[in-house]
Write a protein that binds this ligand. Structure first.
Ligand code: AMP
Length: 502
């Protein structure tokens, strides 16, 4: 296999006539040649609109060809900054400002809240796919002219900017280089022996590293086919798998759970072509893994990924390698260690903070010296996850040091929820926390102390106006005072335990 170091090189790794993307609802098949043509054409249009190296291009797009094409084109002309279309206007305002976005790409006639946030600040361009499966800009300020060509990026250029929620303060900006993405894609192709014969169903959103790297660019690197439904739908999932000859998919446990609960005991038609199923971004319970293997009849490989590692860090191997339930497997192209808080590495079997090193790991957060000082020790990146390595070098995750709520793979910084609750005039104190949930893994709840009587629904409505649905607390505990530890500190885990008994 050739070894591309940029997304441009990666895009040219496969022969032109192979099928790169299938859009199952529209019945459209896009060849590698046609994908390249439209990525280059959109990159040139962005260049003509003034986008240069390092300029951030925000995108707010549902899964589909425009999301794939704009990610690649934006990262070639400048830097792609995909945003969750579920955000509210205030959230879009924060992300557009934080990334210093120079352009915003939206679906033709869609993304109203993002457009409002961009008004008067960021030029907005509409994208549309025609009936032949070609994506282009349909309108925008001063319609970009022709005749400019986006120069090929270098491996050191920042291809993608994403955010991760922090324990403290606002989300942190993660600049991911072309070389980081190329390394991560290479590791994934090697782990699962991906080839042009494979077809991956993209079940994860294309604004998260899981969907962008595990499903999309690893498939493009291997010359395989990416099947992109408009959204995950458990009702049509297996029909798509069967009709499009899908050989693997990657998803969070929440999606596996939704598929399992619909499947009953019978193997769904189409599942017989699956070489494997990949699970990542949240813990996969061992009994769910064995049930999936039993019903779907394919090996289930749990992996471990994070944005700062351009996604994959570890994975259980394909058979005949051993896959261990409850473990995320050995490092895949990365060194994995376990460290104490002082920076000393622990021997096998001892529990501590998981640390990593590798060509896919970013060099640091952008414009955030405090986070960098806390996250990098002697060349190792501290993941904020807790675990240990077994005698075979397999990593077992045991918990989290960082304060995050992991709702079906979507990470939520509880501080952000506290801050929104505190903007309500009746709320004097607020502490958000995660509670166990059968489908989502964790769900958001919060404790509030009120300074004046107020009903729960009004406070939740206040959150809904300012936070994407997945971040809104689903349950509020109105308390006289926030439970504290013996030393008078507020610890989210302790608050959760005191109020929910879990
Ligand atoms: P993200 O940056 O959104 O990909 O989230 C990264 C975080 O997701 C990691 O630091 C872990 O806390 C969590 N995570 C990823 N994969 C797994 C897994 N297989 N099991 C448990 N947690 C995971």
């Amino acid at each position: 296999m050739s070894s591309p170091n940029t997304l441009t090189e990666l895009l040219y790794a496969a022969p032109s006539e192979g099928i790169a993307v299938i859009l199952p609802e529209a019945g459209i098949r896009v060849t590698y040649g046609a994908l390249r043509e439209q990525v280059v054409s959109l990159a040139d249009a962005l260049r003509a609109a003034g986008i240069g190296r390092g300029d951030r291009v925000a995108t707010v797009l549902p899964n589909g060809l425009p999301a794939v094409v704009s990610f690649l084109a934006a990262s070639i002309a400048g830097t792609a900054a995909p945003l969750n279309p579920g955000y509210r206007q205030d959230e879009f305002s924060f992300y557009l400002e934080d990334t210093s976005a120079k352009a915003l790409l939206c679906p033709h006639g869609g993304a109203a809240e993002a457009r409002r946030a961009a008004e008067g600040r960021v030029p907005v361009y509409s994208l549309q796919m025609d009936e032949g499966g070609f994506v282009r800009i349909t309108d925008g300020p001063g319609r970009p002219g022709a005749g400019r060509t986006a120069a090929a990026p270098s491996p050191e250029d920042i291809a993608l900017v994403l955010h991760t929620s922090g324990s403290t303060g606002r989300p942190k900006r993660v600049p991911i280089r072309h070389s980081n993405l190329a390394a991560s894609a290479r590791h994934i192709v090697e782990t699962y022996a991906l080839s042009p014969a494979d077809a991956a169903l993209c079940a994860m959103p294309l604004f998260h590293v899981h969907g962008l790297v595990a499903s999309t660019i690893s498939t493009l690197l291997s010359g395989g086919t990416l099947v992109v439904p408009a959204k995950f739908n458990p009702l049509s999932f297996w029909r798509t798998v069967r009709d499009c000859g899908v050989t693997w998919y990657s998803a969070v446990p929440t999606i596996h759970q939704l598929l399992l609960s619909r499947a009953g005991d019978e193997r769904p038609a189409g599942a017989e072509r699956l070489r494997f199923i990949r699970s990542c971004s949240a813990a996969l319970p061992p009994d769910m893994m064995s049930r999936m293997e039993q019903v779907f009849g394919a090996p289930v490989l749990e992996a471990y990924g994070m944005t700062e590692a351009s996604h994959q860090m570890c994975s259980n191997p394909l058979p005949p390698g051993a896959r261990k339930p409850g473990s995320v497997g050995p490092g895949t192209g990365v060194k994995v260690g376990v460290m104490d808080s002082g920076g000393a590495l622990f021997p096998t079997g001892q529990r501590g903070e998981v640390v990593i090193q590798g060509p896919n790991v970013v060099e640091g957060y952008e414009n955030n010296p405090d986070a960098n000082a806390a996250s990098y020790t002697q060349g190792w990146f501290r993941t904020g996850d807790q675990g240990y390595l077994d005698a075979d070098g397999y990593l077992i995750l045991t918990g989290r040091i960082k304060e995050l709520i992991n709702r079906g793979g979507e990470k939520i910084g509880p501080r952000e929820i506290d801050e929104v609750l505190l903007t309500h005039p009746a709320v004097a104190e607020a502490v958000a926390f995660g509670v166990p949930h059968p489908t989502w893994g964790e769900e958001v709840a919060a404790a509030v102390v009120l300074r004046e009587p107020q009903n729960e629904a009004a406070i939740l409505a206040h959150c809904k106006e300012r936070l994407a649905d997945f971040k809104c607390p689903k349950k509020l505990y109105v308390v006289k005072e926030i439970p504290r530890t013996a030393t008078g500190k507020i610890q989210r885990g302790a608050v959760a335990a005191a109020l929910t008994g879990k």
